[in-house]
Design a binder for this molecule. Structure first.
Ligand code: CUA
Length: 319
């Protein structure tokens, strides 16, 4: 799994400490449940066989039946054994809950994640970095996520790194994620949140600490100046048509209702994972977001083909 993309949402391939402890708990419960299930199944099968024998008129079987109701069976199989199983599972669960808890260990990085219909805002409060739909983290370091929602309830779920946690409108929830190896870990909103719930993907990109620090420095910079006449024209079109919803740091565009686009071109996908970031995808999206993702808040902008090409050229320069 190291260094690769977990393309499928698989909780049984943990890629960090938190996910591994949850996975260990699940395996413990699985292994415990197999003998427990067989132990409970056995008397049931014996009873069913005897009942069949009684119905066949075998008198010897009915005397065996009364012998089977010994206190050992009743208290052992009916009280002690279930209690042992339940207490073991409870104990293991409490231990796992304590070690995978919401509190950040020392040295943790703090990242704010805000759920929106249907995308994720990602903020690094210490570095002043804002991005969307992609959370960069350094490997080997716990990261505390502070999760909340701008609208309805969403749920953060990156199964290779941790369990699920809800994003609520009126309360901030926290959780800790951690990745051992560099890689891309896929996630998905796990709480139905409207029409495009299924297209609310998120990706955690884990990098070596030095690479991560370099990424933070690049992201903290203001937007790149447009290069070329088309991109320059695109900036003017963007300022008139898009700036009331989107921020591009270093320009007058300071809207807050849509994703921050300061370094859009450094991301791999747009529209919360719906499209890979290519010229044609950007053109499709800017022309008619509703054809790509019906119900999104972004209105279809009333722009000519030339204006759209110019905006796309501008966006592609936002590295
Ligand atoms: Cu957000 Cu489902």
């Amino acid at each position: 799994m190291s260094g690769s993309t977990s393309a499928v949402l698989l909780a049984i391939e943990p890629a960090g400490r938190i996910a591994r402890e949850i996975d260990d708990l699940w395996r413990f419960m699985l292994i415990l449940s197999i003998p427990a299930f067989l132990l409970f199944l056995l008397p049931l099968l014996v009873a069913l066989r005897r009942r069949g024998a009684v119905e066949d008129g075998d008198q010897r079987a009915s005397t065996d039946q009364s012998r089977a109701l010994s206190p050992l069976w009743l208290y052992g199989g009916g009280v002690a054994l279930p209690a042992l199983v339940v207490i073991s599972v409870l104990g293991a669960t409490l231990l796992t809950m304590r070690s995978t808890g919401e509190d950040a260990p020392d040295g943790a990085l703090t990242v704010d994640v805000i759920g929106n219909q249907w995308w994720w805002e990602v903020r690094y409060p210490d570095a002043g970095v804002v991005t969307a739909n992609e959370i960069r983290i350094p490997t080997g370091r716990p990261v505390q996520l502070r999760l909340r929602s701008a609208d309805v309830i969403h749920s953060f779920w990156v199964p290779a790194l941790a369990g699920k946690m809800d994003l609520l409108p009126e309360k901030t929830n926290t959780m800790v994620i951690e990745a051992d190896e560099p890689g891309r870990y896929q996630g998905q909103c796990a709480e139905f949140c409207g029409l495009q719930h299924a297209n609310m993907g998120i990706e955690v990109v884990a990098e070596d600490p030095a690479e991560f620090e370099a990424w933070v420095r690049r992201q903290a910079r203001p937007a790149a100046e447009p290069v070329g006449s088309s991109a320059r024209e695109g900036r003017s079109v963007f300022a008139a048509a898009c700036a009331s919803c989107h921020t591009v740091r270093g320009t007058d565009a300071a809207g807050r209702s849509g994703p921050d686009l300061t370094h859009l071109a450094s991301r791999r996908r747009i529209a919360a994972g719906t499209l890979a970031l290519t010229t044609s995808a950007l053109t499709e999206w800017v022309t008619s977001p509703h054809d790509v993702k019906r119900g999104v808040s972004m209105p279809d902008p009333d722009l000519s083909e030339d204006e759209i090409a110019a905006v796309v050229a501008y966006l592609e320069g936002l590295r």
